[in-house]
Ligand binder design. Sequence first.
Ligand code: SF4
Ligand code: SF4
Length: 433
Amino acid sequence: MIKKSRKVRDYKALTRALPTLRYLNPPSVFIHLQNSRCKTYNLNVKEGDHVKIGEVIGIRHGGFFEQNVHSTVSGTIGTLIKKFHRTGRKVDCVEIINDYKDTLHESVFDRTDEEISKLTQNEIVEIIKEKSLVGLGGSGFPTYIKLATKDKIDTVVINAVECEPYLSSDYRLILEHPDRVGMGLKYIMQALNVDKAIIAIKSEKDPLYEILNQVLEVRFSDLNVKVAKLGNHYPQGWEIEVFKWALGIEVPFGELPTKYGVIGFNVSTAVGVFDAIKHNLPVIKRHFTMTGDAIRFPQNIRVRVGTSVRELVALCDGYKKELDEVLVIMGGPMMGVSTVSDDVIVSKTTTSVIVLENIEYKEEPCIRCGSCVYSCPAHLEPVQIMNAVKRNDKAVMKGLEAFKCIECGLCAYVCTSKIHVTDYIRKAKRLIG
Ligand code: SF4
Ligand code: SF4
């Protein structure tokens, strides 16, 4: 039987109705000096130095850009240490021991509304660049590069779909801070000289639609912003799907959405734009989902960037089983990466950690049911790509356009034989790199 499905079981109810906990004063934070886009770095501080919140302590070097590294607490620089990044790799981190004084660096200050209203696109881009804002939905792409576009933009889209099962931190962020979402959107529209925007949410029954509309009516009546309810299928939050269903614009693979007059930002990124422009503040805190069937009290938590996940596990009353009997996943269950340890750190782009009971599924041989083919949102043939990987046939992998895979995880989710099909597609992408 073909399982054509883009409907995945949702587990957001574990956390969605609970008010966000706050865990903003960890004893130490660990700041990643490397990430998936930046392999090298310079550190401007040494052990024993005192730093303040928002202070630049180093620079990460990416392929075509650099990122300032900011302190997220005030305190004393500790040692360099390796910790897991959300990509599943161990990377260099610097420890900052919290002095609990929350002293802001001199570079953190408030701009008046009048000052902000006069900022040009270039000035906004420079502020966002200096504050190292990146896509906080997990993409990690530098926001200043998107904001610097010279293409004529017709509509800004704020992506608040959050389609991954279990995740509800964006939902709570909107519910608890709709004003900051609106202000971030306003500044983005100013930078891009756009007078039309859409906030895209899922269509299931929830209060976001009413709350956003109320806030837009009362606080942002000068802006032309609509709230669009999109479908509940997965991966509805994929930007290409959001543009298609919210605006009817189909952006072909490999082309920039800006060529079609549209640009998208995750809702947390919009709040990051607000903090950078209004307070000249980098991302020092974020909403984060700590959940899963194997954690005692799943919660959304507002955390300091650099917090140890082990402390957050303790805040949620620990695991239901021993650590070696659970599976720790960084990010959502469909696109996230499982780690062998819970010694992980919340970075700017870490949306969630999910802890599941580690049930070993026995893979069966492929029965050529076609479920993976019928479900793939990128219109690929995962089973054929998998077979090409087994034969190490790169020409076929290329011919089957494995590079178009968005690693959504659906082919593995629907697989009748419980084969980790997505792992094969990832491997194909690496091989034809
Ligand atoms: S992981 Fe890739 S191949 Fe598999 S369903 Fe998603 S887009 Fe298609
Ligand atoms: S890989 Fe799985 S889903 Fe795809 S055809 Fe084979 S059994 Fe079916």
